[in-house]
Design a protein around this ligand. Sequence first.
Ligand code: AHQ
Length: 249
Amino acid sequence: MPSALRASELATPPRAPLPDLSRPLTPDELEAALRSFHGSYYVEHPFHRQMYEGTLTRRQFQGWVANRLAYQRVVPRKDGAILSNCPDPDVRREWLQRIVDHDGTRPGEGGIELWIRLGVALGVPREEMEDERHVLPAVRTICESYVWFCKSKPWVQACASSLTELFAPRIHQQRLESFPRHYPWIPPEAMDYFKSRLVQAPRDVKHGLAIVQRHCTTVESQRMAFEALQFKLEMLWSLIDVIHHAYRD
Ligand code: AHQ
């Protein structure tokens, strides 16, 4: 008799059945199978639903932006881990751009700076963004797990974990549309980060997908690519779940 046990809210992302791997998938089938995980992307989380439906409070926005900086700051570190494990100079040359996108080429530039400016636009003082005083221990642990994953797994699996960005344009577009509509107190310059990702994410996905399609040609390597994507989907879900529960009114 199954128990009546269930978490108090949508605590687990909707899960699609794993793709059928009775034989290796062709590159196009592999892309379609990776895209079939879209239902588990954290855009479906109640916190993000509240965000684009217009019911998020300033405090929730500020808790979110301050904590999400911890994620933005681990991105170039996990990309550095991938570079350290990747033997292919062509891949390294292209993957390197991701670090420049986040760190810029000098202080005061790059995506992490744009995220800090988003925080200031949402009302969190720059000093409180930069010193991470509001970052929850669980958020920091979850973000570090992404770095450890990319340090410890084969580089192609680490590349596969970045393919949650197959689904990211939708979440950035939703913010660009919903913020002006529901949150007139948010200044337009706050959108700069999302606009930058609408350009960078599709470019990164094209590169990451090509790597996975080129290297994952067996049932086992394709299964590991799905497991890498599943890990990252659950990592992002955990991240927003902790923020959601920490800042509920
Ligand atoms: O701002 C984001 C970003 O720079 C990245 C890098 C990429 C990766 O390599 O894992 N993933 C990612 C994501 C960013 N923003 C998230 C958001 O919700 O704003 C989405 C996230 C992703 O989907 O992985």
